[in-house]
Design a protein around this ligand. Structure first.
Ligand code: ADP
Ligand code: MG
Length: 509
């Protein structure tokens, strides 16, 4: 009797799914009882041994006597995570004759609990999306029950979920019938409890937020504590163009790999991520032993909010440069290299000075001139070069705060943003970019054709404000976005004049 079995599974490298073959050889005559797992398993897989043993025993299956050799092929692929618990257990049960039917058409992945339960795993969605195209209807997937919602969003493949190893054995042996998951068409949450109309006053900052959203410009908000920076930033995902199903899938895949879906099927709102300023480079950029996505990828298609911007670690700010440029990030670890999308809008916020009260009418600032200067210099340089719009937010006057007049709704603003984006898409298609913020100097020269009055205005601004080439480009980009919002054919002087107000300003003393 053959004590050999093979079972199909899958492992992840970043967002890439790689098919794995688990071979099990059971030598019942060996005197020494042992389990050997070969083929480049990481430490998690070595621990699998113990989990599988307990899981099988506690499910009422006898663990075979003798020597078990498990081979994970191909051997040159590093296998990550605990996905392979379930296929290895199935392989052992098959080699031992407990599962007595063919499993050739199945792909298994799932982690085992000591009690034999099949536990939720991360990264189910990208695996299914990639393998579904490849196998079409030829293969059946076996997944943990806890991954049901996520798995139901994938169409056109046969997926079964199991809650524990007993249920799986009964199913495979034909002792119980299970039906495959039905596809659930993803739906979007239509309502958002946080609306722009909640924000009183702050017309200048709200306008800046709209322009930033319309042109994909990164934004820095500066103001004293309580002036509404966080309030404004939190509402920004809502005014970005509507989340498309394709974008929602892209973002959901990242949450799936990060293990952050929490039983949900689809991320239905543009993400808003607000890492603390003490966060490590790994947590923001991604990495760690399993090359997990970081905050910048979790913010993909949404907003990355960096509050207390000058307090972030220097190396974090440095590491943000490349992803801000490329819209993706590559993380390299010993044997794996993972590339994740990271196309987010950066909204940074800071106080005007270390104590927070510089320029405030109600509090006295206790900082020295030198401290204020140094604090504001901290973020200058590479990252600030990627920020097009700078806004100083005053504290709200009591009369404004107590006014009952409500501002424009998120929906109204988003509709203007969407129209402005459509114009950009048409114009920028030939450059293979999709928002004005991505324009380079040469492209800007091609697109923006100032009249003589506009040229004069810009020249005067360059002279008076000592603008560098880079800040001139930023002003032109922002002016172009303003003309897009107003659906104008050209960039007119009034667009330029408004754009000039959003340049970075030194505080005056
Ligand atoms: N413009 C505003 N309109 C309405 N409420 C405001 C406004 N600005 C601040 N607030 C109130 O003050 C609170 C603190 O604002 P917050 O956004 O946290 O300030 P900051 O981040 O600038 O320190 C908000 O939760 C809100 O209740
Ligand atoms: Mg705040």
């Amino acid at each position: 009797m053959s004590h050999y079995s093979k079972v199909k599974s899958v492992t992840m490298q970043g967002l890439k799914a790689i098919e794995i073959l688990v071979e099990v050889d059971l030598d019942k005559k060996a005197i020494l009882q042992d389990v050997d797992i070969v083929g480049l398993g990481d430490t998690v897989i070595k621990e699998s041994k113990k989990r599988i043993k307990s899981a099988l025993k506690n499910s009422g299956f006898s663990f075979p006597n003798g020597r078990i050799t498990v081979n994970l092929a191909p051997s040159d692929v590093k296998k990550e995570g605990s996905y392979l618990d379930l296929p290895i257990a199935v392989g052992i049960l098959k080699a031992n004759g407990i599962i007595n039917s063919s499993t050739d058409n199945y792909i298994f992945f799932g982690e085992l609990g000591l009690d034999g339960s099949v536990r939720k795993i991360r990264g189910v969605l990208p695996v299914l999306l990639q393998l579904s195209g490849k196998h079409a209807a030829a293969v059946k997937f076996i997944l943990p029950t806890e991954n049901t919602h996520e798995a139901s969003t994938v169409e056109g493949i046969e997926i079964y979920t199991v809650k524990d190893i007993r249920e799986l054995v009964l199913m495979l042996n034909g002792d119980i019938q299970k039906s495959p998951l039905s596809y659930v068409e993803p739906t979007f949450e239509a309502t958002d409890s946080e609306d722009f109309s909640d924000i009183k006053g702050q017309e200048f900052a709200k306008r800046a937020a709209e322009i930033a959203a319309a042109g994909g410009h990164n934004l820095l908000l500066r103001g004293s504590p309580g002036c509404g920076k966080t309030m404004l930033a939190r509402r920004m995902p809502g005014i970005l163009p509507s989340f498309t199903l394709e974008e929602a899938m892209e973002t959901t895949i990242i949450y799936s790999v990060a293990g952050l879906l929490n039983g949900k099927g689809l991320v239905t709102k543009r993400p808003f991520r607000a890492p603390h300023h003490t966060a490590s480079t790994t947590s923001i950029i991604g990495g760690g032993s399993d090359a997990k996505p970081g905050e910048i990828s979790l913010a993909h298609n949404g907003i990355l909010f960096m509050d207390e911007f000058p307090e972030f670690r220097r190396d974090v700010l440095e590491a943000l440069r490349q992803p801000l440029e490329d819209g993706e990030v590559t993380i390299s670890r010993a044997k794996i290299s993972a590339t994740y999308p990271a196309r987010f809008m950066l909204v940074a916020a800071q106080n005007p000075c270390p104590c927070g009260w510089y320029g405030d009418k109600t509090h006295e600032c206790t900082c020295s001139w030198h401290e204020i200067k140094r604090y504001n210099k901290k973020t200058s340089g590479p990252i600030e070069d990627r920020i097009d719009i700078f806004v100083d937010m005053p504290r709200l006057e009591f009369s404004e705060y107590s006014s009952v007049k409500s501002g424009e709704s998120t929906k109204t603003i988003r509709e203007r943003v969407e129209r402005a984006r459509k114009r950009q898409n048409l114009r920028l298609k030939k450059y293979k970019i999709f928002s004005n913020s991505q324009l380079n100097h040469r492209q800007l020269e091609e697109i923006v054709d100032l009249d003589s009055e506009g040229k004069k205005l810009l020249e005067a601004a360059v002279d008076k404000l000592k603008l560098t080439g880079r800040s001139i480009d930023k002003i032109l980009k922002v002016a172009l976005t303003i003309s897009d919002i107003e659906e104008e054919k050209h960039v007119f002087p009034r667009h330029l004049a408004e754009a000039i107000q959003y340049r970075k300003r030194e505080l005056s003393f």
